[in-house]
Design a protein around this ligand. Structure first.
Ligand code: GLA
Ligand code: GLA
Length: 701
């Protein structure tokens, strides 16, 4: 769909101007490459999120000295300081920020400035109360927190333009400002007010042109929901007795994502015009489903994201952060990225969030970011706040500024990364395998999960984690991504498909790729309407199976038999497969469909398609599945990596830079595939690499 979207709304009557945005998947021609700070022969940023406005000015110099000693060349500042930068409407004060920049710059520290729109000042709410979003029950949010503005509100958009323009004009030529972060973690809340409803109606009109087309696409014949004017179209109020049409609900998710993109683009256009030499980014949220990041990132120069691995219950489970890194990288066609908020201490608001990790682990997590393609690491935050909601969200330093163990770990990493930067420069993660993430399928399955236990992201992890246990690098692809370089593609629960995506997967397989499809694939068309073809719909021919029966919710214990003569517990759902041309790889072990096919493989063109009709609780099942796929796809597997140790690599010009990361409290031994030397010391390492608890080793041939 052509990306044309609403730019301004005026008042409750909903008069909208339309503006052109980049067509989905196309890069805006003015987007600059990721190119930040020169550092010892490479380019890398290393630093922290810093809030000088919250500390006495006498502290700034001491902070800058400590930053320099920790190897910092970078801070992010300003993203919550609107009230300080525009204390009264139209009156700007940047003098304090100029002074802070001067102190930092004199210690070699440069900045990305955040536009402060995530936290509008009290006077703006007082003057324009409707800038706050309305929830689906019709209650307007009020002033007192942050991130509750309505993305469609004309007064808020006008105020946004004013502050962003004032900042850009003031800092466009400042040598200490290398770029901009737009807003902070955009994507919510959804707004259900009359202006937003009119905006949604305008979006629908732009998409469908005629009401006949919309009524047909959404199947509004159901319950007689046929619309005769655009103004009749409701919002998906999922309150007590209101359960929205899933087609309307999916379009509302797309609308919300497009509105977020349009709002970010309003800021990006101002910055690009006024400050063309400075780069533009946003701090994204990894697996957050509320925004189609692939789409959003057409408007940004490089990807930055906020990485908080500390929320894992078991710190050795590195794959949660790993998948988020890889998704973020994939959302900008695998261009390297940076971390704008890297865990610098315990997280928590009213309560401290969990048990404290050993300080050494913060260094390992920072290296994990680099291993997955980060060319910059910025910790959240320099020092824990004395004030406000986040007093329990730790920075590197605590309120007393003591050189604690986290500071020492961060400083050690700073020293080392400064040494590694020329080696890292120009290197990238190169993966033979990709996971396909479909924002449409993710949204549609949130709207109708089918079974209570259904989790799209868990299915991603089932396969992703298995690849990572063998040391295989994994990319995340989006429907618009180029798939031609991959040997294996896993497309779990590809629930919603359109013709171009179906054609793309057919081409991928026919040209020689190995595709893994799982249950609930090919069920819906792009309007979230169920196909009238036999499942798996558009993939039935590729998979060589037909599905005439399925068993949701598994009332009985179910198991899978096969794949190396083991049995594995099944969960969530069972598709009962009738092979047409496929060969059976595993069968169900129990119930009335015992002996029926559960997993199949099919030759299609030069490629292979696996169809996995269920999900297993056993990681072993996925180890076996990906070993099968790796054999077909001709991908090498290293099965000897000990649990809790991650091996990831970046490559440039035939050189492989290998990161071995031990997230566990035990010393481990990792057998290497060839002789390497330690990239920091230059000394050769044993091919049985000994890696102490909570340590990282970087290797080059
Ligand atoms: C009730 C209603 C039907 C249908 C079913 C299933 O019986 O009368 O219209 O909605 O529930 O939900
Ligand atoms: C997010 C925000 C930060 C901060 C942290 C911790 O990442 O971007 O401003 O609030 O969470 O809560």
């Amino acid at each position: 769909m052509e990306r044309i979207w609403i730019r301004a709304a005026s008042g409750l009557i909903g008069v909208y101007l339309l503006m052109g945005l980049p067509v989905r998947g196309q890069q805006s021609p003015s987007v600059k490459p990721f190119d930040l700070i020169e550092w010892n022969g490479g380019k890398f940023v290393y630093g922290a999120d810093y809030y000088p406005e919250a500390w006495d000015e006498s502290q700034w110099e001491k902070d800058a000295v400590m930053m320099q000693e920790a190897g910092f060349n970078f801070v992010r500042m300003g993203e919550f300081a609107w009230a300080k930068m525009e204390p009264r409407e139209g009156h700007y004060d940047f003098a304090w920020l100029d002074r802070a920049l001067k102190v930092l710059n004199s210690h070699g520290v440069r900045a990305v400035l955040g536009t402060p729109t995530a936290s509008p000042p009290a006077w703006l709410y007082a003057k324009y109360p409707d800038i706050a979003a309305m929830d689906e029950k019709g209650n307007r949010y009020r002033y007192g927190s942050r991130r509750n503005y309505c993305v469609h509100n004309p007064d808020f958009i006008a105020a946004t333009r004013r502050i962003v323009t004032a900042m850009a004009e003031h800092y466009k030529d400042h040598p200490g400002v290398i770029g901009w972060q737009i807003d902070n973690e955009v994507g919510d809340p959804k707004c259900f007010d009359p202006v937003s409803r009119a905006a949604f109606q305008a979006w629908c009109q732009h998409k469908y042109h005629t009401l006949d087309a919309l009524n047909a696409a959404w199947g509004t014949v159901f319950w007689g929901h046929t619309y005769q004017t655009w103004q009749e179209i409701p919002l998906p109020w999922n309150t007590l007795y209101d359960t929205a049409n899933p087609s309307l609900a999916l379009d509302f998710e797309r609308f919300q994502s497009d509105s977020t993109h349009a709002y970010v683009d309003i800021q990006a256009s101002i910055l690009r015009k006024l400050a063309p030499r400075q780069a533009i980014t946003h701090n994204e949220m990894g697996m957050f489903p509320g925004v189609d990041y692939y789409d959003l990132n057409r408007s940004l120069d490089f990807v930055a994201w906020d990485n908080y691995p500390i929320f894992q219950k078991d710190y050795s489970q590195y794959a949660a952060a790993g998948l988020a890194h890889d998704l973020m990288r994939g959302s900008k066609d695998n261009q390297n990225f940076m971390i704008m908020e890297q865990e610098g201490g315990l997280g928590g608001w009213a309560t401290f969030g969990g048990h404290q990790a050993p300080a050494a682990l913060y260094r390992v997590w920072a290296y994990q970011s680099v291993a997955h393609g980060a060319d910059g690491v910025c910790y959240f935050r320099w020092r824990t706040s004395r004030y406000g909601t986040e007093q329990y969200w730790q920075g590197i330093l605590d309120q007393d500024s003591y050189r604690n163990s986290r500071y020492e770990a961060v400083a050690q990493a700073g020293k080392e990364l400064g040494q590694l930067t020329s080696l890292l420069h120009g290197s990238k993660v190169v993966s033979p395998v990709a996971m396909l993430v479909s924002p449409d399928s993710r949204w549609a399955q949130q709207i109708q999960p089918g079974v209570p236990d259904f989790e799209y992201d868990r299915q991603l992890h089932d396969y992703y984690d298995a690849f990572r246990r063998t040391g295989i690098s994994v990319d995340v692809a989006f429907p618009q991504s180029d798939l031609s370089a991959y040997r294996i593609l896993v497309a779990p629960a590809l629930f919603v498909t359109d013709q171009p995506l179906s054609d793309k997967l057919h081409k991928f397989v026919l040209d020689g790729g190995t595709l893994i499809l799982t249950f609930r694939s090919g069920v819906k068309d792009e309007h979230n309407v169920v196909t009238d073809k036999t499942l798996p719909g558009p993939f039935a021919d590729l998979a060589g199976v037909a599905i005439h029966e399925f068993d949701p919710q598994l009332n009985e214990e179910q198991e899978l038999l096969g794949l190396g003569a083991s049995n594995y517990p099944a969960r969530t759902w069972c598709d009962i497969l009738d092979p047409t041309t496929a060969r059976v790889v595993a069968t169900y072990g129990k119930s009335y469909y015992a002996g029926k096919a559960a997993v199949t493989e099919n030759r299609a063109g030069k490629g292979w398609v696996f169809y996995v009709g269920t999900e297993s609780k056993s990681p072993l099942f996925y180890d076996r599945m990906i070993a099968f796929a790796a054999a077909k796809g001709n991908v090498a597997v290293n099965e000897r990596i000990p649990p809790g140790v991650e091996v990831e690599g970046r490559q440039k010009g035939g050189i492989r830079i290998v990161f071995v990361l031990n997230y566990t409290a035990e010393d481990k031994t990792v057998p290497l595939d060839q002789a390497y030397r330690n990239a920091l010391t230059g000394k050769p390492e044993s091919m049985d690499l000994k890696i102490p608890a909570y340590q990282v080793v970087v290797l080059t041939p």
